[in-house]
Design a protein around this ligand. Structure first.
Ligand code: G3P
Ligand code: CA
Length: 242
């Protein structure tokens, strides 16, 4: 089994994260999968951005959830990274799915409900995916397991994945009661070696954020299912040498 390479927030290390430019790059380098983050606007549109606020990655300020899509679309989501990307806007999930039409890799949608509540986001997400019928394989992940439960309730066939950092007690409990397909731990957790006992077959782990060559090689050798990396092009090149 070959370890898959998933492009974190598009190709976060080389392009402005969670923009169409970053997703095009992930496709260009032939990433096996793409990861992105979704929030909900005031007028209930699914938008692709990592933070709860606009401040770090755009020239806007304030909470994503307190502004309409029209307001959010005015902001520049690329200049903070480089002036080359000043035309980039915060994409809607629908725009990303349209861009990825024909892509047959994995699309990992992280529901960003761990720090903020968005009433109805899970239902909207399932509705959009059913409507768009993407060619890519959809995986829903979240640090908030109640969001994952809702996804399963709306679509029992949906693939859900638990995100966790160091403490996985909650994850284990949740996994007993829900059909969890994959676990997405941090690379820091993988370094603790507890994983060797808990996941001896390594087939159900997708690890983030794996940016160092040494860590990439470690995951490849251990046959981890996938790495989520800011540098997909480099990770794919390293995989060829292994
Ligand atoms: O999906 C893995 C990773 O994206 C989770 O952390 O903060 O980068 O969204 P974060
Ligand atoms: Ca994420």
């Amino acid at each position: 089994m070959i370890t898959k390479v998933i492009a974190h927030r598009g190709s976060k290390g080389t392009h402005p994260e969670n923009t169409l430019a970053a997703f095009k790059e992930a496709v260009r380098v032939k990433s096996d999968g793409i990861e992105l983050d979704v929030h909900f606007t005031k007028d209930r549109e699914l938008v692709v951005i990592h933070d709860e606020t606009l401040d770090r990655t755009t020239n806007g300020t304030g909470n994503v959830g307190e502004q309409t899509l029209e307001e959010i679309k005015q902001y520049d989501a690329g200049s903070w990274f480089s002036p080359v990307y000043q035309q980039e806007k915060i994409p809607t999930l629908k725009e990303v799915l349209s861009l990825l039409a024909g892509y047959e890799g994995l699309l990992n949608i992280e529901i960003k409900t761990d720090k903020i509540a968005y009433a109805g986001i899970e239902e909207a997400l399932i509705g959009l995916i059913e409507h768009m019928q993407p060619t890519c394989h959809i995986v829903y992940s979240s640090f908030n397991f109640s969001s994952l439960k809702k996804i399963k309730a709306f679509n029992p066939k949906a693939e859900i994945a638990c995100l966790f950092k160091m403490n996985n007690k909650q994850t284990k409990l949740f996994s007993r009661t829900t059909q969890v397909a994959f676990w997405h731990p941090s690379i820091q957790w993988l370094k603790t070696k507890k994983w060797l006992l808990l996941f001896p077959k390594r087939r159900h782990l997708r690890v983030w954020t794996v940016n160092k060559e040494k860590e990439m090689l470690f995951c490849y050798k251990k046959k981890i299912a996938a790495i989520i990396t800011d540098y997909p092009e480099q990770a794919l090149a390293v995989r060829k040498t292994y």
